[in-house]
Design a protein around this ligand. Sequence first.
Ligand code: UDX
Length: 437
Amino acid sequence: MKIIVAGTGYVGLVTAVCLSEVGHTVTCVDVNKEKIDMLSSGISPIFEPGLEELMKKNKYLLTFTLDSKNAYKNADVIFIGVGTPEKKDGSANLKYVYEVANEIAENIENNVIVVIKSTVPIGTNKKIERYIKSKLKNNVRVEVVSNPEFLSQGTAVRDTLHAQRIVLGVNSKQAENIMREVYDGFEIPYVITNRESAEMIKYASNDFLALKISYINEIANLCEIVGADVTDVAKGMGMDSRIGNKFLNAGIGYGGSCFPKDTKALHWLGNFYDYELKTIKAAIEINANQKLKLIKKARKYYETFENLTVAVLGLTFKPNTDDLREAPSLYNIPILLDDGANIKAYDPVGEKNFRKFYPNEIQYCKSLEETLKDADICFIFTEWEYVKNMDISLFSKLMNRPIVIDGRNCFELNKVKKENIVYESIGRSIINNINNN
Ligand code: UDX
């Protein structure tokens, strides 16, 4: 079976590598020469634990090329895993999906199954099939299958190889059988449905998780007012198996490449059909406010951050990734800079990408100690292990004024209580062991 994957971002690359892991020969196509060169020499352009190792292990099964024409020519199955970024109005931009569809139509010489892995609005699979058929150069049979992915950055390989379900939106038994052959090596239960339902499963799942996060964040905000502790509340809720204990960590909101975009896209789609999804609207609004919560908390201690030394721990949208998309750091740091703060940041994995936005405006540190030294306040934006496991006495030992504003509830309050610091987190009581505040 000749399998092609178009797009070597998170979705495309991880899919391709995992398919090779179960024995398929896979050709990856991308328009970005730099990426193809890196991949061809065994280097992953994205930071994803375990991915490069699997690329190396299966290097004889994986090919990377810019030559889409030849790749598509005799393909049996073509996966589309290109990006569907957000447009200014919140809708999904399908430009790259259509570009690939066009190339497929022009170049295929075999009957082919086109599998859309990218997250696309409900109805897109059908439209793409119609589009390809209308542009076909050769008399071949094409069927489009919806096969959304549910991988999280940082655990993408595991999430793909040991997914909880394989969702297939198909229009024929023949397409279903071919897809079952593709996934033969995976021991994962199938959900076989029509294409619209498969597309909806992806949006509904992501948006439900985003909603769950916004819900616990609202509860956290109320906890702060009424004197409850959101970590205990989440624990108590999560022990109810109907609710589940995942995605109940309160914080400074969800970021990343999926939740922000997919909530807006589904909300947009609902409005397009004159049906407003009020729950999703609320999740979006709550998240926007939540991202700026730390600055509001910090303003209690400093009206302005002008000339203050501000320590920042964590830049990425979550740990174990170098991705900055919709990261709270990118919302908060501009505000601090605007105010005239001197920022010292520490995130060994996220630093490289952050430098693309701010090459000189902030000081990038090489250790926790260097970051905290003489700081007037410290913001925690990402719950990296090295933050959660750090020696918390460093705050009082090294900072000029040990005020810590933690957006990810990294430390247990019992431990913090013993320290001579001011500590504010999300949905928990404030600890203030410094007299002059
Ligand atoms: C998500 C989905 O989990 C995945 O299934 C989908 O395919 C793509 O989008 P990802 O964006 O990689 O994956 O990260 P995820 O771990 O889901 O976290 C998303 C955001 O939510 C992060 O900013 C994270 O910090 C935040 N989050 C998550 C919380 O604030 N609280 C939680 O309890 C969980």
